[in-house]
Design a protein around this ligand. Structure first.
Ligand code: NAD
Length: 443
């Protein structure tokens, strides 16, 4: 089987690579010439564990190709996936310009029947627009070609994307076409050997499922952050509360970790987009509006604690930052809490020295030389007035307290992810500020 994937970002590249690994002949397309040139040379544009090796293997086997020419990719393809970005527009709704541009390109270049699958996260009604855009182009050139459309939202998590794609909890497909269902079922069969379901449904339900999933997860995070802030007021420890509620199997332990707000390329934009969709039906999503508001505030909680500790005197203070990406195991800096925190510190006149295992290249595009970058975690602690733990990379979990103590000007730690033990930090003589933890941790 031959397929085309248009958009070679986090989703398109992982999708294309994983399909090629099952023997499918895949061509990944992107308008970014530099990205495609690099991929042809084996240079992978994103950090995703396991991806580079998998790309190399499949390129060598001759079944994974990269091009900027969509026409070339569509040649003899049975399926084309649209996996381009859907960033938030000015009003928060999803910007569909890239998706619809790809649809028009497909309409201009196909010369045979094809199944068009939208994998980008798109609002309800988009598949219809995709179909209309393709048919309009076909009509313009009097081409008597049929297409079938489907919506197949992606649920992979950056940092674990390969594993998520190879062993999905479920695959959601919206389509009204039996032929599309058949070909998509065949394509995904190798990933369903562990009996996880492929759920076929109507297109609007598939489109909404993706937003509902991300909104639910964002809600869990904002709920826990709200509880964490309450814990600080009433003298409770959110880590105890988290364990207490997580043991209830109706609630579960997953996704109930408090912190400094959700970021990344999906939750913030998807929550905004579904709020906009609902507004257009005159139905305010009050819960999600609150989720978004809480998250916005939560990204500022750490700076408020820092200002409070240093009596608002941040000018000339030096902060060592551990972690910049929006979560571990990715170099993605989109909407990362680190950007809000660091920008506020810079504005207040502080010096920031940061270290991240993989995201420093991306971070430099945002902070330029307004901050300095360390060669390892301890490098950024030299003369630091405090350590700010922003992203919970594994390598930060068991630090060498003795080395920290020698390097730092003041023994102060602001832990935005609660990865350290309050009691242990106090035993080592650190002033320790987590999220929602005002009392000593009971062990
Ligand atoms: P991305 O920004 O990493 O990649 C998008 C790619 O599309 C870019 O390389 C861009 O150059 C390319 N592109 C734009 N217009 C194009 C065109 N006309 N022709 C060819 N290529 C074009 O985006 P992403 O993170 O992979 O997200 C893609 C979609 O998948 C979004 O809708 C996103 O919400 C959704 N999604 C993302 C994730 C994630 O974790 N990143 C997970 C699930 C779903």
């Amino acid at each position: 089987m031959k397929i085309s994937i248009v958009g070679t970002g986090y989703v398109g590249l992982v999708t294309g690579t994983c399909f090629s690994d099952t023997g499918v002949d895949v061509t990944c397309v992107d308008i970014d010439q530099n990205k495609i040139d690099n991929l042809k040379k084996g240079i992978v544009p994103i950090y995703e564990p396991g991806l580079e090796t998998m790309i190399k293997t499949n390129v060598e086997k001759g079944r994974l190709h990269f091009t900027t020419d969509i026409k070339e990719s569509l040649h003899q393809a049975e399926v084309v996936f649209i996996a381009v970005g859907t960033p938030p527009g000015e009003d928060g709704s999803a910007d569909l310009s890239h998706v619809l541009e790809v649809a028009r390109q497909i309409g201009r270049h196909i010369d045979h029947h094809i199944v068009v699958v939208t994998k980008s996260t798109v609002p309800i009604g988009t598949s219809k627009k995709v179909k209309a855009a393709i048919l309009e182009e076909l009509k313009k050139r009097d081409a008597n070609i049929t297409i079938n459309v489907a919506s197949n939202p992606e649920f992979l998590k950056e940092g674990n994307a390969i594993d998520d794609f190879l062993k999905p909890d479920r695959i959601v497909v919206g389509t009204e076409s039996e032929q599309a269902e058949k070909v998509i079922r065949r394509l995904y069969k190798p990933f369903l050997l562990n009996n996880h379901p492929i759920l076929f449904m109507d297109i609007p339900s598939a489109e909404l499922t993706k937003y509902a999933a991300n909104s639910m997860l964002a809600t869990k995070i904002s709920f826990m952050n709200d509880m964490a802030n309450l814990c600080e007021l009433v003298g409770a420890d959110i880590e105890m509360v988290r364990k207490g509620i997580g043991s209830d199997n109706r609630i579960g332990h997953k996704f109930i970790y408090p912190g400094i707000g959700y970021g990344g390329s999906c939750f913030p934009k998807d929550v905004k987009a579904i709020i906009r969709t609902a507004q257009s039906y005159n139905y305010p999503l009050r819960l999600l509006e609150a989720v978004e508001e809480i998250n916005k505030d939560q990204k500022r909680v750490m700076v408020a604690k820092i200002k409070n500790f240093f009596n608002n005197q941040l000018k000339g203070k030096t902060f060592g930052v551990w972690g910049l990406s929006f979560k571990p195991n990715t170099d993605d800096m989109r909407e990362a809490p680190s950007t809000v925190i660091i920008n506020e510190l810079i504005e207040a006149g502080a010096n920031v020295k940061a270290y991240d295992p993989v995201a420093m290249k991306e971070a430099k595009k945002i902070f330029n030389n307004h901050i300095t970058y360390g060669k390892d975690p301890y490098d950024v602690l030299i003369d630091a007035d405090a350590l700010l733990l922003i992203t919970e990379w594994a390598e930060f979990r068991i630090p060498n307290f003795k080395v920290m103590e020698k390097l730092m000007q003041q023994k102060v730690v602001f832990d935005g992810r609660n990865i350290y033990d309050t009691k242990e930090m106090m035993e080592h003589g650190f002033e320790y500020f987590g999220i929602g933890r005002t009392i000593q941790k009971q062990i």
